[in-house]
Write a protein that binds this ligand. Structure first.
Ligand code: ADP
Ligand code: MG
Length: 264
């Protein structure tokens, strides 16, 4: 496995707290007549890194999108810190903004603004959402670009950057709002393996620095070595979850055993 060299070491120094961060209670999601998530409940603590794996179509992306209300759940409750959002109730815009600030998201396709420079991409939301001055925002953006190893690209346009660089810019942009939780939806699937590695390295560093993260991934090595917990989904349900090594090495559910055998 080509990832071994970069991600073989566990992440020392990480200590997830017992402080609750996110709680999902009986999340149910229908698309028309089709139920895609079935009464799914889940909790995570501050500082925890959770990998979600499972077959295509099992509802992993929908679950992430329900957490930050890109897709409103049909039923159930999403709570993050003191913010609690109940499906079916009107969602005040102030609550939605609060949620979006607390929860950053990185997609498979990087979705950068092509007409803005790299620096502009990272600064925009800081000015619009946090009310920072452009000067403050740019200073912060440079720090974040430094953190993802791209300070030298600040003045470039994203189309001049490789896919791996674009994804690292997207990570810096999400971090700029100082989220409490980062959601990653297959952040390396669109990338050549060696470009995926540089993105995984940045994510691993984030994890080591204590960021709370939920990562939907096909990178089984990342799931095993970087995450604290692995959640396996199938058909809109969590079919197994537990400490990463346990789930990846000694899964109990028959479907999980077959899935891991097929992909790993
Ligand atoms: P995964 O990310 O695990 O591959 P998804 O959450 O993307 O799974 O999809 C779960 C199921 O929901 C799939 O059957 C998919 O076709 C369906 N689905 C996802 N988004 C929509 C949508 N906007 N409208 C209708 N069906 C959808
Ligand atoms: Mg998906």
């Amino acid at each position: 496995n080509s990832l071994t060299a970069n991600t073989a070491l566990p992440t020392p120094g990480r200590t997830p707290t017992a402080e609750p961060l996110l709680r999902l209670e009986s999340i149910h999601k229908d698309f028309g007549p089709y139920a895609v998530l079935h009464d799914l409940s889940f909790e995570m603590s501050k500082g925890e890194v959770v990998a979600i794996i499972g077959p295509s179509g099992s509802g992993k992306s929908t679950l992430l999108r329900c957490i930050n209300q890109l897709e409103p759940p049909t039923r159930g409750r999403v709570s993050i810190g003191d913010l609690s959002i109940e499906a079916g109730r009107p969602l005040p815009r102030s609550a939605l903004l609060k949620l979006r600030r607390r929860v950053g998201m990185v997609f498979q396709s990087f979705n950068l603004f092509p007409h803005l420079t790299v620096l502009g991409n990272v600064s925009l939301a800081q000015v619009r959402t946090l009310g920072r001055s452009p000067k403050e925002a740019d200073a912060r953006s440079l720090q974040l670009l430094e953190r993802v190893g791209l300070a030298d690209k600040a003045g470039q346009y994203p189309t001049r950057c490789s896919g791996g660089q674009q994804q690292r810019i997207a990570i810096a942009r999400a971090l700029a709002l100082e989220p409490e939780l980062m959601l990653f939806d297959e952040p390396t699937s669109a990338l050549d393996p060696e470009l995926g590695l540089e993105v995984l390295a940045v994510m691993k560093e984030l994890a080591r620095d204590g960021m709370s993260m939920i990562v939907v991934t096909h990178e089984m090595h990342f799931a095993e070595t970087v995450s604290d917990r692995v959640v396996v989904m199938a058909d809109g349900r969590i079919i197994e979850q537990g400490p990463s090594l346990k789930v990846m090495r000694e899964p109990e559910n028959e479907r999980v055993i077959r899935f891991l055998r097929a992909v790993w």
